[in-house]
Design a binder for this molecule. Structure first.
Ligand code: IMP
Ligand code: MG
Length: 191
């Protein structure tokens, strides 16, 4: 099938091949709620937000601005999806934390939990490092393909259907992370 040319007025953000699931306003409102909840629950504790690169970038930036506490941030990068859309279950640490988390209260900040294979492995690794507590904040929860059924998401932005979603940090082969909203690519062959 030949790709249809985009209309002259279509841009990356107004691409008609994208169906918006959650708007900027909805995202802002939900993250404010999560931030308030975390602010209340972690008052007086030494909190570290650990973002999982690269997908966490927008969620992390917005969430941390809604948490009115004395906190620090750190990042990890792991490989799970290579360039396709299937989870392999293999997790390789591409970038480790810069600082120890021993005795700290950690919230792992993820873009989406799908099969849960990546996060389960990552949590095992972090749990071996002596943190006082580890919780999970995932912007999106896609429960249908979950393989790790016992994985608990403590703070969820939105639940999504079993479709490949992009935007707000999430990519398809590197593209779309900069969309300020969450969308489904209607025709992946015509991206
Ligand atoms: P899991 O191991 O299957 O839970 O997913 C691991 C990673 O795959 C997530 O952290 C995302 O980076 C990516 N991923 C899963 N589902 C989607 C999606 O719908 N869109 C974009 N990335 C996804
Ligand atoms: Mg991720």
């Amino acid at each position: 099938m030949t790709a249809e040319p985009k209309t002259a007025s279509s841009t990356e953000f107004t691409n008609t091949n994208l169906e918006v699931l959650f708007t900027e306003e909805q995202i802002r409102g939900r993250i404010a709620e999560l931030g308030k909840q975390i602010t209340t629950e972690y008052a007086g504790k030494e909190l570290v937000l650990v973002g999982v690169l690269k997908g966490c970038c927008l969620f992390m930036a917005d969430l941390m601005r809604e948490v009115d506490l004395n906190l620090t941030i750190d990042f990890m990068a792991v490989s799970s999806y290579k360039d396709g859309t299937k989870s392999t279950g293999d997790v390789e640490i591409l970038k480790d934390l810069s600082n120890p988390i021993r005795d700290k209260h950690v919230i792992v900040v993820e873009d989406i939990v799908d099969t849960g294979l990546t996060l389960s492995r990552l949590l095992e690794i972090l749990e071996s490092r002596g943190a006082a507590s580890i919780k999970l904040a995932s912007f999106l929860d896609k429960p249908e393909p979950r393989i790790k059924k016992g994985l608990k998401i403590d703070y969820t932005g939105f639940t999504v259907p079993n479709k490949f979603v992009v935007g707000y940090g999430l990519d398809a082969a590197g593209r779309y992370r900069n969309l300020p909203f969450i969308a489904v690519v209607i025709d992946p062959a015509n991206a």
